[in-house]
Write a protein that binds this ligand. Structure first.
Ligand SMILES: NC(=O)c1ccc[n+]([C@@H]2O[C@H](COP(=O)([O-])OP(=O)(O)OC[C@H]3O[C@@H](n4cnc5c(N)ncnc54)[C@H](OP(=O)(O)O)[C@@H]3O)[C@@H](O)[C@H]2O)c1
Length: 323
C-alpha cells in the first residue's frame, strides 16, 4: 500500500507518500480500506519527533479514519466485510489500509457521509470522555471551551449545546468567534484582547466545566473562572507543561482538576469510550444536533500542505485527508 511516512523529524517537507508493507489484522482487529483520515495536533508533534507512538502502535501518522472493512481478523464479531465505518486509531490513518481493534470501530452515522465521518472519532471520543464521562456536564450548567474554533472546540460547542449547557468559548479573532456563535456558542471571548475570567464571572457567575487545551498558562485563570464545585479537564499543553496551582483557590471552590490523554489508553479503555460515544453521542449526530465541522479537505498525498494549514491555524474545525 501507499502511506505518508516521516523521512526524519522536522517541518512538513519531511512527509513522503511512499510504498510500505500492507498491515495485517491481528486477532480482534479488522483491516480497513481508508476513505479519509484527519489531521490532529498530535500528528504535528509526532512529525517533529516530539510525540512518539505508544508501544505497539503503527509508526504511520493518523489517529482516526473512515473507510470500508476489507478483512476480519480472528475472533471479530458484530462487523462484516463491506461495512462502512469510522475508527479511533493509535496510529496508521495516513495510509491506504489500516488495521484497528474492532472495539475502536463506529458505524458511519446516518446523514454523515463516509469521508466526513473521518473527522469525528478523535473529537467525539475526546469530548465525550472529558466533558461528559469525566466532568459530568449537566443541562443548565456553564461549559467554557478554550480554542472554540479548533477541531476539538467546534465539536465541544455542539455537544455542550445539545446537552443543554450555556457554552462560552475563547478564540483568537472576531471572525473565528462569529463562526463559533453560528455553531451555538453563547459567550464569545477573544483571548488576544479580553480577559476570559472577567467575562465568565460577569456574565455567568463562573464556569461549571472548563475544557482546557492550554495547560500551564491557564491553570490559575481557569480556577478564577470557575463557579463553586467547578471541574477543569486539561487535554493539552499549548501554554506549557509546568504551572503553579493555588491549592487555597482549589479548595475554596471545592473544585477539581482532571486531565487525560486518549491515545496511550489500552484498547479496553478506548473501547469503553467508543461504546459510550456510540450509545449516547451518535444519536445526537444522527439527529443533526452535532455534525462534523470540516474547514478544509486535502488529498492524503498532500499531507504536508494539510500540516502547514493546521500549524498556521487557518481552518475552522478539522482538516480532512482523502485517500
Ligand atoms: N488529551 C487528549 O486526549 C487530546 C485529544 C485530542 C486533542 N487534544 C489536544 O486538544 C487541543 C486542541 O486540539 P485540536 O485538534 O482542536 O487542535 P486545533 O484544531 O489546532 O486547535 C487549537 C486551538 O488552540 C487555540 N488557541 C491557541 N492559543 C490559545 C489561547 N491562548 N487561548 C485559547 N485558545 C488558544 C486556537 O485558537 P485560534 O485558532 O482561534 O487562535 C485553536 O482553536 C490540542 O492541544 C491537542 O493536542 C488532546
Amino acid at each position: 500500500m501507499r502511506a505518508i511516512t516521516i523521512r526524519e523529524p522536522g517541518d512538513p517537507e519531511v512527509l513522503d507518500w511512499t510504498e510500505v508493507p500492507d498491515p495485517r489484522p491481528a486477532p480482534g482487529e479488522v483491516l480497513i480500506r481508508v476513505a479519509a483520515s484527519a489531521v490532529n495536533r498530535a500528528d504535528v508533534l509526532q512529525r517533529q519527533g516530539l510525540y512518539p507512538p505508544p508501544p505497539g502502535a503503527s509508526e504511520i501518522l493518523g489517529l482516526e479514519c473512515s473507510g470500508t472493512i476489507v478483512e476480519l481478523g480472528a475472533d471479530v464479531t458484530g462487523w462484516q466485510v463491506g461495512d462502512e465505518v469510522c475508527a479511533l486509531l493509535a496510529g496508521g490513518g495516513y495510509a491506504e489500509l489500516v488495521a484497528v481493534p474492532a472495539a475502536q470501530l463506529l458505524p458511519v452515522p446516518d446523514g454523515v457521509g463516509l469521508v466526513a465521518s473521518a473527522a469525528l472519532p478523535e473529537v467525539a471520543c475526546t469530548v465525550w470522555a472529558t466533558v461528559v464521562m469525566n466532568a459530568g456536564l449537566r443541562a443548565g450548567e456553564v461549559l467554557l471551551v478554550h480554542g472554540g474554533a479548533g477541531g476539538i472546540g467546534t465539536h465541544a460547542i455542539q455537544v455542550g449545546k445539545a446537552l443543554g449547557a450555556t457554552v462560552a468559548v475563547t478564540a483568537g479573532s472576531a471572525e473565528r468567534l462569529e463562526q463559533c456563535r453560528r455553531l451555538g456558542a453563547d459567550i464569545l471571548v477573544n483571548y488576544r484582547e479580553q480577559d476570559f475570567v472577567a467575562e465568565l464571572r460577569e456574565r455567568t457567575g463562573g464556569a461549571d466545566v472548563v475544557l482546557d487545551n492550554m495547560g500551564a498558562s491557564y491553570v490559575d485563570r481557569n480556577l478564577d473562572a470557575l463557579a463553586t464545585g467547578g471541574r477543569v479537564v486539561i487535554i493539552g499543553f499549548q501554554g506549557g507543561l509546568v504551572g503553579e496551582l493555588n491549592i487555597g483557590k482549589l479548595m475554596g471552590k471545592r473544585a477539581s482538576i482532571a486531565s487525560t490523554a486518549l491515545r496511550p489508553q489500552p484498547v479496553s479503555d478506548k473501547g469503553r469510550i467508543v461504546a459510550a460515544v456510540r450509545e449516547n453521542l451518535w444519536p445526537l449526530v444522527e439527529r443533526g444536533l452535532v455534525r462534523p465541522i470540516i474547514g478544509q479537505t486535502v488529498p492524503l498525498r498532500d499531507a504536508a500542505e494539510a500540516h502547514r494549514l493546521v500549524e498556521r491555524g487557518g481552518a475552522f474545525g478539522k482538516v480532512v485527508l482523502t485517500a
